[in-house]
Design a protein around this ligand. Structure first.
Ligand SMILES: *Cc1c(COP(=O)(O)O)cnc(C)c1O
Length: 368
């Protein structure tokens, strides 16, 4: 028998979260962002739950190929565009739409030999200063693209740096609207945080929205808002089992560095899950975890293959916990109790994005 750790990908939850994005921005079309292998879920496993979207947005050409291999005939957008001229051949062959964020990408397009003109998304740097043309250079980039026979329709896009926080999107929207004034073409600005927090403004939601994290059941603005607040459902459940139980006396320690010491007699469970599975090593004592659906906490250091947990809350709840008991590291327990990935991420001083992307290869994935 393999180690009992498994990651479940919930198609119903993906479908629910996608519908939430549509409900937030009813006039926009929705790109399902499936970069980073669908935020660690696996593109093939996430496809069933997300195929009701209007298009798939991603970064890697091989991921685009995989979406086409699944039979998807609709739009596919490369969010960072191409990296070298050769990539444009695959764009032609797979009918990929691609972002154009720098002059080098326009140069590549101008040298590309194709029968079929490409749909491109011209990216404005509206203040984040990662990708995109500055407002000054935006119009001339548009004009240059518009003169290329290789280019069909030009859409306009930008990306928000602060949609999840108090600064919001107003300043960047102003820059975007000014730079794109009078230019034709569809527009796209919103990530998940912008969809949830600002998507009701038609200028902001525009023609296409690009949610990622919200589709996968994490709150972009946690801890200010939780997935319960946003009516999102966890799409990934990392579950394992207890492979041992220890009875500690007061003064006994657990794990490396004896980092946790019992102050009274207590039972602890040993979970088949460690940092080699992608569980964050930085989680301190007290990180939430579910045993048979009962919320408890980790104790001591996270090791490569094991996590130790306090079984006291199970006893207090009258729920049996022993060898083989189900443990939910994040997501949904078998009996439906939810431990949001955001809470575990916060405990590890990171974000849900990182945890879901980092589940290791040795974990078995199951689509359900
Ligand atoms: C990753 C990405 C998104 C999705 O962001 P979330 O915060 O996961 O919703 C949207 N747009 C672009 C350009 C991205 O790279």
């Amino acid at each position: 028998m393999p180690r009992p750790i498994q990651a479940f990908v919930h198609s119903d939850a993906l479908r629910h979260n996608l519908q939430r994005m549509k409900d937030c921005t009813p006039d926009a079309r929705v790109w399902a962002v499936v970069k980073a292998n669908a935020y660690g879920h696996g593109i093939e496993r996430a496809y069933e739950g997300l195929r009701g979207c209007d298009g798939f947005a991603l970064l890697d050409l091989n991921e685009a190929q995989r979406v086409r291999d699944l039979g998807w005939r609709g739009p596919v957008l490369l969010l960072e565009g191409v990296f070298e001229t050769r990539d444009l051949e695959l764009c032609s062959r797979l009918n990929l739409w691609h972002t154009v964020h720098c002059t080098e990408q326009i140069d590549m397009l101008s040298q590309h030999k194709t029968q079929q003109a490409h749909r491109v998304f011209l990216k404005l740097n509206s203040g984040m200063n990662r990708l995109g043309f500055t407002p000054d250079a935006f119009r001339s980039a548009w004009t240059r693209l518009n003169q290329l026979p290789q280019v069909d329709e030009i859409s306009l896009m930008t990306h928000f740096s602060d949609a999840d926080g108090p600064a919001g999107v107003a300043a960047q929207m102003q820059v975007f609207e000014k730079a794109s004034q009078d230019l034709p073409g569809e527009r796209s600005t919103c990530n998940s945080a912008a969809v949830l927090r600002h998507g009701t403004h038609p200028n902001v939601s525009a023609d296409w929205v690009r949610p990622g994290i919200a589709l996968y059941g994490a709150a972009p603005d946690f801890p200010q808002r939780s997935i319960a607040d946003w009516n999102l459902q966890p799409t990934m459940s990392l579950r394992s089992q207890l492979i041992a139980v220890q009875n500690l006396q007061a003064g006994d320690a657990v794990g490396y560095g004896s980092a946790f010491r019992a102050d009274k007699a207590m039972r602890i469970g040993v979970v088949a899950c460690g940092y080699a599975d992608g569980y964050p090593r930085h989680c301190p004592t007290g990180t939430p975890v579910l045993v048979n659906g009962v919320r408890t906490r980790t104790v001591g250091r996270i090791s490569m293959d094991m996590v130790t947990v306090d079984l006291t809350p199970c006893e207090l709840a009258g729920v049996h916990a022993g060898f083989g008991s189900e443990v939910t590291l994040w997501g949904k327990s078998i009996n439906g109790v939810v431990l949001p990935i955001d809470e575990v991420a916060q405990s590890a001083s990171t974000v849900g994005y990182e945890l879901m992307c980092a589940v290791a290869n040795r974990v078995g994935f199951i689509q359900d």
